[in-house]
Design a protein around this ligand. Structure first.
Ligand SMILES: [Mg+2]
Length: 190
């Protein structure tokens, strides 16, 4: 299933080296998932090291647009806080939202990478449009029931694949995602 295979696989966004893994690869733009990619599903926070990484990437000249299937007010508030454009209610992996996001930041598919924590939304959606996709391990195991179901399928596809190791020179995360027991979030918790 090559469409579902991420181009790169990292344990956390901070493991992506901005120079080596993005700029040197020719990427100028990033379409970024929100939930469990930069925002924890349990506490709804952007971890400090993730916020720092985003700021560094932007000052390095990368352009970002958030692309989320989430339809709650919180994602719009997050976009405002981060001062980033957003396309929410995206219905990933379908192409329209990705195309809208590309248009918002005047980005080209060839120089854009999609970063997210799900194969069937982020990776598949990127590949439908011929874009590269970097998969991340989710920030926390907690997620919506249908996402947890999809994760079983994702584990089958990924098999024993391990995220890339960070070279000694790359920034180490200040906080690592522990492996808590998977628990479900209901819409009412939001
Ligand atoms: Mg996500």
């Amino acid at each position: 299933m090559p469409f579902l295979k991420p181009d790169r696989y990292f344990s956390r966004i901070t493991r992506i080296d901005i120079e080596r893994d993005l700029l040197d690869c020719g990427f100028t733009s990033v379409l970024m998932d929100i939930d469990n990619t930069i925002l924890t599903r349990d506490t709804h926070e952007v971890p400090h090291d993730v916020g720092v990484w985003l700021a560094k990437a932007r000052s390095a000249g990368l352009r970002f647009c958030l692309v989320s299937n989430n339809w709650h007010e919180g994602v719009y508030q997050l976009a405002e806080r981060l001062e980033l454009p957003i396309v929410a209610k995206a219905i990933k992996p379908l192409p329209p939202a990705f195309l809208m996001a590309l248009h918002k930041i005047q980005a080209k598919r060839a120089t854009t990478v999609v970063i997210g924590d799900q194969l069937v939304t982020d990776v598949l959606g990127a590949h439908f449009l011929g874009m590269k996709a970097y998969l991340l391990q989710p920030l926390v195991e907690q997620d919506l029931p249908h996402t947890l179901m999809l994760r079983h399928f994702e584990r089958l596809v990924m098999g024993n694949a391990k995220p890339e190791e960070t070279p000694q020179t790359a920034a180490a995360p200040t906080q690592t995602a522990a492996a808590p027991t998977a628990t479900q979030v209901t819409e009412g918790d939001r």
